[in-house]
Design a protein around this ligand. Structure first.
Ligand SMILES: Cc1ncc(COP(=O)(O)O)c(C=O)c1O
Length: 449
């Protein structure tokens, strides 16, 4: 175990100043509400390289946020930047097809087990909407079943029950759709049914009652947004058979898990064959790109009447980035994943050891390339409601202690790994985490054993 690092508390004065300045012209000072918050203010960054980010105050952090998942090869990876640079002189957008777009669809269809056809878009949110349209048109039905704690984008049709409070969410066996925000169209919930995840009986009951009008069942194949929780053994295959039995399209939203938990994503780990899958984030290492991939008969509707558009779809630089990322991730028979699994496994074990030394009840849940830490004696969560009971104040204090030690994790305690997180980075992280856990135990003395 690396020795504890001796660290000074960082200064964030310039970020604080920039936050007040930003709010004069940039709504709420940020470009996504997910980035609001953090004490003393949201931080402002100037540069990233490999596993590190550099903020306006000159602090260097080891970054485990990685743009909330996309930077699977780290920040500014040479292979991707070279490919994008090479593409720049060819132009950006043609309002028509380009050769890289065909090459990337071929590469993806080779790698992804359930991709007979691909259609590109720009964000995960959009790709989800495309999948819903395809499913509704294919089945002639209207409603979509989604799961509590799962996130599929910020638009009205799905912005329900992502992080509902237990009071608002209704009984666990029959959750009610809880809008994520004011401003959602009043009738948006009508197209949705919300179900508890990791509970096959609940889905069975819903499909028996409403199956005739259910176009699709969508889920993150491993929940990440509502607490990092893998599916229980047999759950995803069970969902797949229920979908087949009731004629609903089974959609795996692999926006986070795709190309992160392995080349074949969460569906590969669970051994299922969804009808449609959504990819984004790691697919292009941080350039804007998403895709729907799936069954030929469903996808072919895009050539026979079902409409989908987007000015930026097939963007030359995103295609170049996607091709470079796939090349890196597939080379040497997936060596990148073997390395990330080893590094992430060592990090998870090291964090558990450190927590043991400080008698902290630290949950470290998930997979080596994406896991969550939560200070809780309650045991590993198996549902969104278990994860929602994690003490948020403790969570924030833990995240802040890590930040002050130069380790950046997301506000929900989620850690994403990249190929740039090598042994030296993991050693550095554990030395800093030792310091962070000592400070955390000092400021939250009631938590330890
Ligand atoms: C599982 C999942 N689906 C969809 C989305 C929406 O993707 P985007 O932010 O690219 O619109 C996200 C974003 O975090 C996600 O985690």
């Amino acid at each position: 175990m690396p020795t504890e690092a001796a660290l000074e508390k960082p200064n964030f004065a310039k970020s604080v100043t920039m936050y007040s300045e930003a709010r004069r012209t940039l709504a709420a000072g940020v470009s996504s509400n997910v980035r609001l918050g953090g004490a003393p203010s949201p931080l402002y960054y100037v540069r990233g390289k490999g596993a590190h980010l550099f903020d306006v105050d000159g602090n260097r952090s080891i970054d485990y946020v990685l743009g909330n998942g996309p930077a699977i090869l780290g920040h500014a990876p040479d292979a991707v930047l070279d490919a994008v640079r090479d593409s720049l002189d060819d132009g950006q957008l043609f309002g028509a097809q380009n050769t890289r777009e065909v090459a990337l669809s071929q590469a993806l269809c080779r790698v992804l087990p359930n991709a007979e056809l691909i259609r590109f878009a720009t964000s995960g949110t959009e790709a989800v909407q495309m999948a819903f349209r395809l499913a509704r048109s294919f089945t002639g039905r209207n409603r979509i079943i989604k799961f509590e704690g799962h996130y599929h984008g910020w638009v009205d049709s799905v912005a329900f029950s992502v992080k509902p409070s237990e009071n608002a969410a209704g009984p666990a066996t029959h959750p009610v759709p809880v809008p994520e925000t004011p401003g959602i169209a009043q009738d948006a919930a009508e197209g949705l049914i919300v179900c508890g995840w990791n509970d096959l009986d609940a889905l069975d009951g819903l499909l028996r009652a409403h199956g005739h009008d259910v176009a699709a069942v969508i889920m993150e194949p491993m929940m990440v947004n509502g607490g990092v929780i893998p599916p229980e053994p047999g759950y995803l295959p069970g969902v797949q058979s229920l979908c087949r039995r009731h004629g609903a399209v089974f959609i795996c939203d692999e926006v986070i898990t795709g190309f992160r938990v392995g080349l074949t994503g969460g569906q590969g780990k669970a051994g299922v064959q969804p009808d449609l899958s959504i990819y984004a984030k790691a697919i292009s290492g941080g350039f804007p790109l998403s895709a729907v991939a799936g069954r030929r008969d469903i996808m072919e509707q895009l050539g026979s009447g079902v409409s989908h558009g987007g000015t930026y779809n097939g963007h030359v630089q995103s295609m170049a980035a996607g091709l470079a990322v796939i090349e890196q991730l597939t080379k040497d028979d997936g060596a990148a994943y073997r390395a990330m699994d080893l590094a992430g496994g060592r990090l998870m074990a090291g964090l558990r050891d450190l927590a043991g030394q400080h008698q902290l009840p630290l949950q470290v849940n998930g997979l080596p390339t994406v896991f969550q830490t939560a200070v809780s004696a309650a045991g590993a969560p198996r549902t969104y409601r278990d994860a929602a009971r994690f003490d948020q104040q403790l969570m924030t204090a833990f995240v802040d202690a890590m930040r002050d030690a130069g380790i950046r994790i997301n506000p929900r305690g989620v850690w994403f790994l990249s190929t740039a997180h090598d042994d030296a980075v993991i050693d550095d992280t554990l030395g800093r985490a030792a310091h962070a856990m000592r400070e955390f135990s000092r400021t939250c003395p009631d938590v330890g054993g």
